[in-house]
Design a protein around this ligand. Structure first.
Ligand SMILES: *[C@@H]1O[C@H](CO)[C@@H](O)[C@H](O)[C@H]1NC(C)=O
Ligand SMILES: *[C@@H]1O[C@H](CO)[C@@H](O)[C@H](O)[C@H]1NC(C)=O
Ligand SMILES: *[C@@H]1O[C@H](CO)[C@@H](O)[C@H](O)[C@H]1NC(C)=O
Ligand SMILES: *[C@@H]1O[C@H](CO)[C@@H](O)[C@H](O)[C@H]1NC(C)=O
Ligand SMILES: *[C@@H]1O[C@H](CO)[C@@H](O)[C@H](O)[C@H]1NC(C)=O
Ligand SMILES: *[C@@H]1O[C@H](CO)[C@@H](O)[C@H](O)[C@H]1NC(C)=O
Ligand SMILES: *[C@@H]1O[C@H](CO)[C@@H](O)[C@H](O)[C@H]1NC(C)=O
Ligand SMILES: *[C@@H]1O[C@H](CO)[C@@H](O)[C@H](O)[C@H]1NC(C)=O
Ligand SMILES: *[C@@H]1O[C@H](CO)[C@@H](O)[C@H](O)[C@H]1NC(C)=O
Length: 771
C-alpha cells in the first residue's frame, strides 16, 4: 500500500517536474495548429459573415486610464481554464522562464496588434520586442524594423519619439534585407522627411523592392494574365463617405473591392438592352406573365455576381476561384441548352457567366493547371451568345486574344482581338499591356508607341504595365526620364502589392470592423511609416474626424491631436488635398492660425475649393491675417468656380452648425440654471425658451420682472398639464418662426451682398465645433 502510495507521489512529482521543466513552445505551436479557429476565427472565410454584419464604429476618445481598465477587465474576466488563458500562460512561461525568442516575439505581436483577440498593451509590446532583440542580439531584421517604428512613432504617445534612433534601426533592418524597412526609407528619401531629399536613393530602393515583387510571380502570371490582388490599401475615411463628406471630396475613393451590388435592371441601360421590355415581378401565383423568366434572370444575375465576388475576393472574403468555377459550371449545365429562348437581358448575364468561366479555366486557378482548350470553348460560346447583342463588348476578346497569341502563336489574330477592346475602360489595361509588348517585339506591325500604350495600361490599373512603364521611364525611353516621377511609379507598384509589403493591413481592417480601434490604429501607423498615403489618412482619421451634427466632437488629448495633424499633413505631402484641408482645420481648432493658413494656402494651390473657401473665411474674419474683404471675396468666388457644389455643401454644414449651436445653447443655459439653483448667491439664468414661455403666458401683464419669472418657474409643476403643453407648443412655434425669419433675412442679405456673405457670422471655417 505504502509503496504504491509513495510510488504514485513520486510519479506525480516526476510528471510535474517533467512538465515544468520543458519549454512549452512545442505545446504552443501545437495549440496554434489544432485550435486556430478557436484562438482566432478566420474572419475572411467565405462562409464567415461576422465582418459583413459589422458597422464601422470608431472610438475616437482615448484615455490611458480607460485602456488600462479595459486591459485589467479582460484579464480578470478571462476564464483561467480557457484555451486563451493556457495559451497565453504557456507563452509567458516560454518567454520568461526559457527565454524562448519565438514566444517573446509572439508576445510582442500580440500586445501591439491585438492578435488572437487579446487586448493591446503597447508598453508590454515594447518590453517584449526589446527583450526579443536582446535575445537575438539585434540580428532579426523583422524585429529591427518593428523597433524602428516604435521609435519613430513613439508608440503613439506611449514613449518618446526618437527619430534618429528609429532611422538607425530602419537602416540596419534594410541592410539585412527587410522589405518594409527599405520601403520606409525609400519613402523618407523621396519626400525628404527627416533625411535630406534624395530621389536617386528612393528610386534605387523602390526598384529593388519592385524587382523583388517581380520575382514572386510566375512568368505566365507576369506575361499572360496577372492575378487579381487582394489589396487592403484603403483609406478608412472612404468607408465613411470620405474626408470632407459626400460630394465635397476631391480625392477619388480608395474602395474598389466591395461586394458587388446587383445592378438596377430597370435602369435605362439595361432596359434599352432588352429592347425596352421591362419585367415586373409579381408574387408567385398572381403572376401570369413571365414569372419563369424572372426566376431565370434572377438566378443568372445572382450567380454571376456571386461568382465574380468569389473569384476576385472582396474586403470581407478571401478569393475562392474554385467555388466560383463550380457555381458557374452548374449554371452552364443548366442553361446552355435554352440560350435560344433567352431574351437579351438573360443572354447578357448568361454570356458573362460563361465568359468568367472561360477566364477561370484560362488562368487555371483552383484547377490542377491552366486549360486553354476548355477555356477557348467557353469563351467561344460566350462570344457567340453575347455578340448577338450588338451593344456589348466583353473581356472575352482579351482572353481569346491571349489564347491566339500564346497558344496558337497567331499574333495577327491576337491583335485583332486586342484592338477590339484595348481603348475601352472595361478592359482593365490587359490588352494595352499586350499591345505595348508586341509593339516593341514587332515594330513592323506599327501598333503604336509602346510607351504610350504601356502608360495606358498603367493608368487603367494593370500592374505589370505599371512596372514596365516605370522601367521604361528609368531607361529613358523618349527622353522622359525624371527620377522623381519614375520613383513615384515604382512606389505605386510596390504599394499595390500590400499582400507582400504590408500583409498586416488585412487583419487591421478586421480589427477595425470588430471595434478594436486601438489595435487597428497601430496597424495603420506601421503602414503609414512605410509610406502608404492611405494608411496615413486612416491613422489620422481614426484619431480625429471632423465632428458632424450628431457626434459631439470627442475630447481629444493634445498629443492625439498633434499626431493626427502630423499624419494628415504627411498625406497632404503625398498630394491628398482633402487631407490638407483637414490638417488646416485641425490647426485652426488648435488655435494655430498661421499653420492653418499655410495648409489652406498650399491646398488652394492644388485647386482645393474647400481650402479656398476657408482661406476666404480667414481673410474675412481677420484670423491670423489682416482683414481683407476684397481678397476674401476673391477666394470665395474662386472656390465656387472650381466647384459650385461647395456652396450647397458648405451651406448644409452651416445649417448643421447653426442647429447645433442652438442645441448647445439650450443645453448650456439649462445647466447654468441648475448650477444657479444649487448656490443661491448666483443669479439664476433662465434658458431662453422658458423665458419665451413666460413671455407668451404673461403677455397680458405689464412687465417681465426677474422675480416674477423666478416665481413662475418654481410654480411650473402646479400648472395644469394643458397649459404646460400649450406653453411648450407655443415656444416651439416661436422658435421655428424665429429660425425661419432669421434664414429669410440671411438669404435676402446673401442675395443682395453676394453669396460669400452667408459665411459672415459663422464661428468656424466649414466645419463644426461647438466651442
Ligand atoms: C498545452 O496546451 C494545452 C492546451 O492546448 C494545455 O491544456 C496544457 O496545459 C498545455 N501543457 C503544458 C505543459 O503547458
Ligand atoms: C460554405 O457553406 C456552404 C453551405 O452553405 C457549403 O456548401 C460550402 O462548402 C462552404 N464552404 C466552405 C469553403 O466551407
Ligand atoms: C499594460 O500591462 C501592464 C502590466 O500588466 C499594466 O500594468 C498596464 O496597466 C497595462 N497598460 C495598458 C494600457 O493596458
Ligand atoms: C525574426 O523572428 C521571427 C520570430 O522568430 C521570425 O518569424 C522571423 O522570420 C524572423 N525574421 C528574420 C528576418 O529572420
Ligand atoms: C524559432 O522559429 C524559427 C523559425 O521561425 C526556428 O528556426 C527556430 O528553431 C525557433 N526557435 C526556437 C527556440 O524554437
Ligand atoms: C535589453 O538590453 C538592454 C541593455 O543591453 C537593457 O537595458 C534592457 O533592459 C534589456 N531589455 C529587456 C527587456 O531585457
Ligand atoms: C473557337 O472558334 C473559332 C472560330 O471562331 C474556331 O476556329 C475554334 O476552333 C473554336 N475553338 C474551340 C475550342 O471551339
Ligand atoms: C445569334 O444570332 C443568329 C442570327 O442573327 C442566330 O442564328 C444565332 O442562333 C444566335 N446565336 C445565339 C447563341 O443566340
Ligand atoms: C492568323 O490569323 C489570321 C486572321 O484570322 C489568318 O489570316 C492567318 O492565316 C493566321 N495565321 C496563321 C499562321 O495561322
Amino acid at each position: 500500500m505504502l509503496i504504491i502510495w509513495l510510488y504514485s507521489i513520486f510519479l506525480a512529482n516526476l510528471i510535474k517536474v517533467l512538465a515544468v521543466d520543458v519549454d512549452p513552445w512545442n505545446n504552443i505551436t501545437n495549440t496554434i495548429d489544432l485550435y486556430s479557429d478557436t484562438l482566432q476565427p478566420d474572419y475572411f472565410h467565405v462562409n464567415n459573415t461576422v465582418l459583413d454584419e459589422c458597422q464601422l464604429h470608431i472610438r475616437r476618445s482615448y484615455s490611458l486610464e480607460r485602456e488600462k481598465q479595459e486591459f485589467d477587465k479582460f484579464w480578470a474576466s478571462l476564464d483561467p481554464d480557457s484555451l486563451h488563458s493556457s495559451f497565453y500562460n504557456d507563452l509567458v512561461i516560454s518567454s520568461d522562464k526559457y527565454q524562448n525568442p519565438n514566444a517573446t516575439y509572439m508576445l510582442a505581436q500580440i500586445h501591439l496588434y491585438g492578435d488572437y483577440g487579446f487586448p493591446h498593451n503597447k508598453s508590454l509590446g515594447f518590453h517584449y520586442l526589446d527583450k526579443f532583440n536582446n535575445l537575438t542580439d539585434y540580428q532579426n531584421a523583422t524585429a529591427l524594423f518593428d523597433m524602428g517604428v516604435l521609435y519613430t512613432t513613439g508608440l503613439l504617445g506611449t514613449t518618446e519619439i526618437d527619430i534618429p534612433k528609429g532611422l538607425a534601426f530602419f537602416e540596419k533592418a534594410a541592410d539585412s534585407g527587410d522589405l518594409r524597412a527599405k520601403q520606409a526609407l525609400a519613402y523618407r528619401y523621396l519626400v525628404g522627411m527627416n533625411v535630406p531629399k534624395d530621389c536617386g536613393k528612393a528610386l534605387f530602393l523602390y526598384r529593388q523592392l519592385a524587382e523583388h515583387i517581380f520575382e514572386r510571380f510566375t512568368p505566365e502570371e507576369w506575361s499572360i494574365e496577372f492575378p487579381p490582388l487582394e489589396s487592403y490599401n484603403i483609406r478608412v475615411s472612404d468607408l465613411d463617405g470620405g474626408l470632407l463628406g459626400e460630394g465635397l471630396n476631391r480625392i477619388t475613393s480608395s474602395i474598389k473591392r466591395s461586394a458587388s451590388k446587383r445592378p438596377d435592371l430597370f435602369s435605362i441601360y439595361y432596359t434599352q438592352m432588352n429592347e425596352g421590355k421591362v419585367y415586373l415581378s409579381f408574387n408567385s401565383d398572381e403572376s401570369v406573365l413571365g414569372s419563369n423568366d424572372d426566376d431565370v434572370l434572377d438566378k443568372l444575375v445572382d450567380s454571376y455576381y456571386t461568382a465574380l465576388d468569389l473569384f476576385k475576393g472582396t474586403y470581407n472574403t478571401r478569393r475562392t476561384p474554385e467555388m466560383a468555377r463550380l457555381l458557374l459550371e452548374s449554371i452552364f449545365e443548366e442553361f446552355d441548352s435554352s440560350v435560344a429562348s433567352m431574351d437579351n437581358l438573360q443572354a447578357h448575364f448568361y454570356g458573362r457567366c460563361v465568359d468568367l468561366l472561360g477566364h477561370i479555366y484560362l488562368t487555371g486557378e483552383g484547377l490542377p493547371s491552366s486549360d486553354a482548350n476548355t477555356a477557348e470553348t467557353y469563351l467561344n460560346r460566350s462570344l457567340q451568345v453575347v455578340e448577338n447583342l450588338s451593344s456589348i463588348f466583353t473581356t472575352t476578346n482579351k482572353d481569346l486574344g491571349l489564347i491566339h497569341q500564346y497558344k496558337y502563336g497567331n499574333i495577327t489574330k491576337a491583335v485583332q482581338y486586342y484592338k477590339k477592346i484595348f481603348n475601352k475602360w472595361g478592359s482593365a489595361g490587359g490588352p494595352d499591356y499586350q499591345l505595348a509588348k508586341l509593339s516593341i517585339e514587332h515594330p513592323e506591325m506599327k501598333l503604336g508607341n509602346p510607351l504610350v500604350l504601356m502608360q495606358q495600361g498603367h493608368m487603367r490599373g494593370y500592374l505589370p504595365s505599371t512596372y514596365e512603364f516605370a522601367s521604361m521611364l528609368e531607361n529613358g525611353i523618349n527622353d522622359n526620364y525624371n527620377i522623381e516621377d519614375t520613383a513615384l511609379v515604382y512606389k505605386l507598384f510596390v504599394e499595390s502589392n500590400d499582400w507582400l509589403m504590408a500583409p498586416r493591413l488585412r487583419d487591421t481592417y478586421a480589427r477595425l470592423l470588430l471595434g478594436d480601434t486601438e489595435s487597428a490604429l497601430w496597424g495603420y501607423a506601421v503602414a503609414a511609416e512605410q509610406g502608404y498615403e492611405s494608411a496615413q489618412v486612416s491613422a489620422a482619421y481614426i484619431m480625429y474626424k471632423q465632428p458632424n451634427l450628431y457626434g459631439k466632437s470627442t475630447e481629444l488629448l493634445a498629443t492625439r491631436k498633434r499626431l493626427a495633424v502630423t499624419y494628415y499633413a504627411r498625406a497632404f505631402r503625398q498630394l491628398n488635398i482633402d487631407a490638407g484641408v483637414i490638417a488646416g482645420n485641425l490647426y485652426f481648432e488648435m488655435g494655430d492660425y498661421p499653420r492653418a493658413l499655410t495648409s489652406y494656402q498650399s491646398a488652394a494651390l492644388k485647386y482645393s475649393p474647400m481650402a479656398l473657401w476657408n482661406l476666404g473665411y480667414m481673410y474675412e474674419n481677420a484670423l491670423g491675417v489682416e482683414k481683407d474683404y476684397h481678397l476674401a471675396k476673391r477666394f470665395y468666388d474662386e472656390a465656387l468656380t472650381f466647384d459650385p457644389n461647395i456652396l450647397w455643401g458648405v451651406k448644409f454644414s452651416l445649417l448643421q452648425l447653426q442647429i447645433k449651436s442652438w442645441y448647445y445653447w439650450l443645453i448650456r443655459s439649462e445647466e447654468t440654471t441648475i448650477a444657479g439653483a444649487q448656490s443661491s448667491s448666483i443669479v439664476k439664468v433662465l434658458p431662453f425658451y422658458k423665458q419665451l414661455i413666460n413671455l407668451f403666458r404673461y403677455s397680458g401683464s405689464d412687465s417681465l420682472s426677474k422675480d416674477k419669472v423666478d416665481k413662475v418657474t418654481s410654480n411650473t409643476q402646479q400648472q395644469s398639464a394643458e397649459t404646460a403643453f400649450l406653453g411648450r407648443f407655443s415656444s416651439l412655434f416661436i422658435i421655428v418662426t424665429v429660425i425661419c425669419i432669421q434664414y429669410v433675412i440671411r438669404f435676402v442679405l446673401a442675395i443682395r451682398q453676394g453669396r460669400a456673405h452667408v459665411r459672415a457670422e459663422q464661428p468656424e471655417p466649414a466645419h463644426i465645433n461647438e466651442e
